[in-house]
Design a binder for this molecule. Sequence first.
Ligand code: EPU
Length: 419
Amino acid sequence: MARYEINGGKSLQGTVTVSGAKNAAVAILPAVLLVSGKCHIENVPNISDVHILLDILREMGAEISLEGSSVTVDCSHVRSSRPDANLVRKMRASYYLMGALLGRCGKAHVALPGGCNFASRPIDQHIKGFIALGADVDESDDYVALEPGENGLQGGRVSLDVVSVGATVNIMLAATLLPGQTVIENAAKEPHIVDLANFLNTMGARISGAGTDTVKIRGVKELHGGSYAIIPDQIEAGTYMAAVAAAGGNVLVQNVIPKHMECITSKLQEMGAKVTNYDDAIRIQRAGKLRCTTVKTRPYPGFPTDMQAQICVCMSLASGVSRLTESVYETRFFGYCTELQSMGADILITGKTAIVTGREKLTGAVVSAHDLRAGAALVIAGLAAEGTTIVENTHFIERGYESIVEKLSALGADIRRIE
Ligand code: EPU
């Protein structure tokens, strides 16, 4: 297993280019199953979650060619509605194969997903959606099987009980080719929901309202092939911004959509970082000491839960006492707070809130990544800390961050990957 060795205390300088959005890519690649013809997709991140998905599609009969960050996928010869269970269990977002295969084949048999287990991650809202579209659902401990119910599959109305990115995506995928109209109420509004809708509409779908809490899908008979470029990764951009805020420096983060970054930007500004927005780039500078703040994670456009751990590192180095409240995944603190404490952070968790008392410095230690974002936070802590930090279990980080070691090295960080 690989680990990263980081000699901290160096400020970050230069330019970093953000890759395509992981959470958009893992929705758009399964969506190609709905398309008749070839799809050419650009700005695909080179991360292990994407490679697992491509392996799943290839194993099902898709023809795939990969060149740099561009992927061409042709699913014309896919006949199976049962993806390889061992591959499916390697990642979380493989559950999008349920919606995509239900849409393509009218049935699906998909193993329950694996991936980052920082919390209990139910899929009852996905299932509620499939049932509203007329599916019969057979759910066991290790798979979900979907078949048409006695009245067949057709558009329907679903009001989600919780705002769920995954359920919104899965219902959109399942409904795109069904007769009639589907309405998703209390839908998630994340940028990757809008990106999926834009991809499907580019290929001939009729989806409106993505990015609001009501998404309408008028079923079409067929989607045609075409080209599409995935949006930049909001969380990767935010992670580099948090790294500069914690370690200090002056970095141009390019290939970003500044509008997607607003909530993260305003918190980092409140903490004392200087942020300048350009059309598709953000400059972040931090020289003086960070100041404490209050953050509550929320679905988009709120502060993302996927930035909770990274902002916690900034809070650990800020003057004063910060409050960090998690409202999406309550148990997410446990993936990294103990590790940060071993580096000298002062964090007290009471229920959904972490009380973070800023310290003068963090100190290098041997720490372990328990999930993707927890791992990214430990890398940031290592960059900002005095001495050497070893981050173990870096395969979690490589699920979602393309070339993180190379990108940070180019900014002047002393970081290397050790097999
Ligand atoms: N929920 C339910 N029932 C469901 C689905 C969700 O109760 O059927 C609850 C969850 O337990 C959670 C809340 O609803 O409390 C939101 O979960 P959501 O479904 O939105 O999360 P997800 O789709 O499983 C995606 C991202 C996560 C990100 C969350 C929240 C992808 C592939 N994953 O997960 O990203 O944390 O939305 O924004 O898009 C990451 O990138 O590191 C990551 C974990």
